[in-house]
Design a protein around this ligand. Structure first.
Ligand code: SF4
Ligand code: SF4
Length: 503
């Protein structure tokens, strides 16, 4: 079969009257879409991934990229995507990889949940004039507080408090490892979370020495490959996260190909240069909640019980029962990653077909933990394709304590969601280790964009809370009465525990 028989996805055009032959498009496209030929720029549209780097760099706005209309014979069952996946596998015999989040055309539950606002009978609150409390503590909370009166009359707290992370906003940045993304991308995000009083994850790739100045705002990850994990790494993190699963590819491990393991990444991950970094699907020492408990205890013991330990799982069918087990494992937070979670590379069949939406998972976990009287044992951190402040607010109203963003932070740094991270040639210097590309991302500039995004969303959350007459994030958490379902079926509303609009 001739691969050329698959139609190009995009049509790239250059307006020859505008073009000044500066060749910036040629220099900026790592996929080789453009070539200078005499007195014009020739275009190979088939190579284009619509990353828009050329569009952003063209000084004359001469470039147009259009999604090509599907020129297959239309068929409701045999879509372009299904046919192209088959052509691809017929040619290669391999698993089809895809980047970014779930791309199937399923309804997004957040879009069908509407927030409440005060009118007449209950006053709204103006966040510009009145204090709004968005500070969030992640970790175990005591069931009750024991106080003791001292001889001099002062009141003293007797209850031993567990270590908690203190966040100025319920927005954190999830785990994207050095290796999957560039050091410049990690540095930008680290500086942003430090400036906004929140946290980000290291991913499972270890902590690069350049990030140590931000270590008080970093959550170090322990995944099944144990890359980069030693006592120094654990002690540097503000919290430790055990990664069991990932929303974009539940049930399988990860693979960073050897060609990406340069000397710097090899040192940070503590593995030989150019060797494949393979994270097994399971942790080979965890086959039960008791095993998990042992690892949680070992990590706490190693860090003198000073750091909260999180456990991250993918949102799967039995997520509430699994989270209940995690809460009993003495972990301090459960991180649930929904099926829209982003990724650099996942098998397409997993990305689009395995797991459940984060909205249903948050509600199910929150209800289960409350019904078992153990909600105080763990915080709930939700992630998986969260796109704006309204979705953060809805996630908290469904029961989350805080959320992780991932793709949104990358978009703030220039990512155009072209979905080709797995090729290692990210034109924006994010998902690449190629030095000619990573230098395109300037951490001194991009940290501010990420910080602005977190700050802007935080302001919007305050406004949404104020409109609902709520001045503390504590009062929003799990407050499903402030949500209504629109065009959701009854079964889903029961899972979410929300009323329909009009009720
Ligand atoms: S970047 Fe724009 S102006 Fe420069 S060569 Fe390419 S199309 Fe022409
Ligand atoms: S990180 Fe880069 S390669 Fe990945 S989707 Fe964004 S722009 Fe494309």
């Amino acid at each position: 079969m001739n691969p050329g028989s698959v139609p190009a996805k995009f049509k790239v055009r250059i307006d020859a009257d505008q073009c000044m032959l500066c060749e910036r498009c040629v220099e900026n496209c790592p996929y080789g879409t453009y070539r200078r030929e005499g007195e014009h720029i020739s275009v190979d549209s088939r190579r284009c991934v619509a990353c828009h780097r050329c569009v952003a760099m063209c000084p004359r706005d001469s470039i147009t990229i259009e999604e090509k209309p599907v020129d297959y014979r239309s068929h409701p069952l045999w879509t372009r995507e299904s046919r192209e996946a088959i052509y691809n596998q017929a040619r290669t015999g391999r698993i089809v990889l895809a980047g970014m989040g779930n791309a199937s055309d399923l309804p997004i539950i957040f879009d069908r949940l509407l927030l409440d606002a005060c009118q007449v009978t209950n006053p709204s609150i103006d966040p510009l004039r009145e204090p709004m409390e968005l500070r969030t503590y992640i970790g175990k909370k005591p069931r009750k507080l024991d106080l003791r009166k001292k001889r001099n009359g002062d009141i003293e707290l007797k209850t031993r408090l567990h270590p908690n992370l203190r966040l100025n906003t319920p927005i954190m940045i999830g785990h994207m490892s050095y290796g999957a993304i560039s050091l410049n991308a990690q540095l930008s995000m680290a500086r942003a979370v430090a400036s906004e009083g929140t946290f980000m994850g290291t991913g499972e790739g270890g902590l690069h020495p350049a990030l140590r100045e931000f270590q008080d705002n970093m959550i170090v990850q322990v995944a099944s490959g144990r890359f980069g994990v030693d006592i120094d790494y654990l002690e540097r993190g503000a919290a430790i996260e055990i990664k069991i699963g990932q929303g974009a590819k539940p049930g399988i491990g990860g693979h960073l190909p050897g060609e990406k393991i340069d000397p710097d990444i090899s040192q940070t991950r503590m593995i030989p240069e150019r060797s494949d970094a393979i994270s097994p699907a399971p942790h080979h020492d965890i086959y039960s909640i008791e095993d998990l408990k042992q690892l949680v205890h070992s990590l706490k013991e190693a860090t003198e019980w000073k750091k909260p330990v999180f456990v991250k799982i993918a949102a799967v069918h039995n997520v509430a029962a699994i989270a209940s087990g995690i809460a009993r494992s003495s972990a301090d937070a459960v991180v649930i990653d929904g099926f829209r979670g982003g990724t650099g590379a996942a098998p397409r069949v997993f990305r689009d077909h395995v797991g459940i939406p984060i909205e249903a998972a948050i509600a199910a976990v929150d209800q289960k933990l409350r019904s078992q009287g153990i909600r105080n044992e763990v915080s709930i951190i939700a992630s998986g394709g969260i796109r704006d402040a309204a979705e953060v607010t809805k996630a908290i109203a469904l029961g989350a304590d805080a959320i992780y963003i991932g793709t949104a932070a990358l978009i703030a740094m220039g990512c155009r969601v072209c979905g080709t991270c797995y090729r290692g040639l990210c034109p924006w210097g994010i998902a690449t280790q190629n030095s000619s590309l990573t230098r395109r991302l300037n951490p001194d500039v991009e940290w501010q964009h990420v910080a602005n995004l977190i700050r802007g969303w935080t302001l919007e959350i305050s406004e949404l809370m104020g409109a609902a007459g709520i001045n503390s994030i504590e009062s929003l958490r799990g407050n499903r009465d402030r949500l209504r379902g629109y065009l959701l079926d009854e079964a889903m509303m029961n899972i979410l525990d929300v009323q329909p609009v009009g009720a």
